[in-house]
Design a protein around this ligand. Structure first.
Ligand code: MLT
Length: 324
């Protein structure tokens, strides 16, 4: 009897400690893992959001870039982290395509995580090195098809948004091209600017300043309507690639088992960050906007992730794309 009472007392103390810990959260620095290299679009979104969430939580949030394998290495890092709210993952649509692309994932995209909330949907742009010999999409397409053996396109690895857009593009034009994978489209952009790679499909959060600065060529944007921050850039739909729409949604996650008070604190800080005028302005300058408050919540991200996994599975299977 005595042992049982002692064990129950120990359990209550442990539970009490966990509840107290969750109620006091956060009491130390939080790590926000970005599963792509520094300087790319995912990194840009993360740093903007982290800075504002940090002010709300009154705790430092450091962004740690854990690139490779299309974002699955960084996601695995967070899946295995302690479920205490001090390691979170900022990922994008690639979290929903990885289950169909990677046969040996060490985590489950849904069950290994607690959703915190959606963040933003970012348009993509088809961009090329500055001296690419095509003045518009029509000429670009003709050149790519005529030179498919030598044209190279950059992406951030199988499962990245740039890979997904490239895969859809090659399917749409029925032409296979040589891919140059990077740990993120930050490094890929460096090679595009240097002319070492011919083109890529990348997010406006990474391409806007280079397009506006005339350092790369842009042939179209992957949204239904033209972007307010680049009204002269045609949609790919109007440029000649019908129904070519890709938006890169981003979500914030914690490891499975993270206590609800901690998730609520993170989601509350995310919602405040997405209403922060500085974040909204910077997103607008980069061609995107924060999601509505109702979407920056766990249940909205949970539902969206599930529907996206279900959506992309058959598309990826049909394209025959996968990684080992
Ligand atoms: C992607 O293609 O998924 C992203 O551009 C990767 C990154 O943020 O670098």
């Amino acid at each position: 009897m005595k042992t049982t009472l002692l064990r129950s007392a120990a359990m209550l103390m442990l539970l009490g400690g966990a509840v107290a810990h969750a109620q006091d959260y956060p009491t130390k620095t939080i790590t926000m893992v970005v599963p792509f290299a520094a300087g790319g679009p995912t990194d840009t979104v993360a740093r903007l959001v982290a800075q504002s969430m940090s002010a709300k939580l009154k705790q430092t949030i450091i962004v740690e870039n854990v690139g490779g394998a299309g974002g699955t290495i960084g996601a695995a890092r967070v899946a295995k982290a302690a479920p205490d709210g001090y390691t979170v993952l900022l990922h994008h649509i690639g979290h929903s395509t990885a289950p169909a692309l990677y046969r040996k994932l060490t985590y489950n995209a849904i069950d290994s995580f607690e959703p915190v909330g959606l963040v933003t949907d970012v348009p993509m742009t088809l961009v090329a090195r500055k001296d690419f010999p095509a003045k518009d999409f029509k000429e670009f397409l003709a050149y790519v098809k005529a030179n498919k053996a030598k044209v190279t396109y950059a992406n951030a690895g199988i499962g990245s948004a740039s890979h997904l857009c490239g895969m859809l593009f090659m399917t749409a034009i029925a032409t296979d091209l040589t891919t140059v994978p990077y740990k993120g489209t930050g490094p890929a952009m460096n090679d595009l600017l240097g002319g070492q790679v011919d083109f890529m499909c990348d997010q406006t959060t990474n391409t806007t300043s280079q397009i506006k600065g005339g350092k790369i060529k842009a042939y179209g944007v992957t949204t239904k309507a033209r972007l307010p921050n680049m009204p002269d850039l045609p949609t790919l739909n109007e440029a000649g690639l019908p129904n070519f729409e890709v938006a890169v949604w981003h979500g914030l996650y914690a490891p499975k088992g993270t206590p609800k008070p901690v998730i609520d604190a993170l989601s509350g800080a995310l919602q405040v960050a997405l209403k922060d005028p500085a974040v909204k302005q910077r997103f607008a300058d980069l061609g995107t906007e924060p999601v509505a408050e109702a979407r920056a919540k766990p249940e909205a991200l949970r539902a969206h992730l599930k529907s996206e996994i279900d959506r992309w599975g058959p598309i990826i299977a049909k394209a025959g794309a996968y990684a080992d």
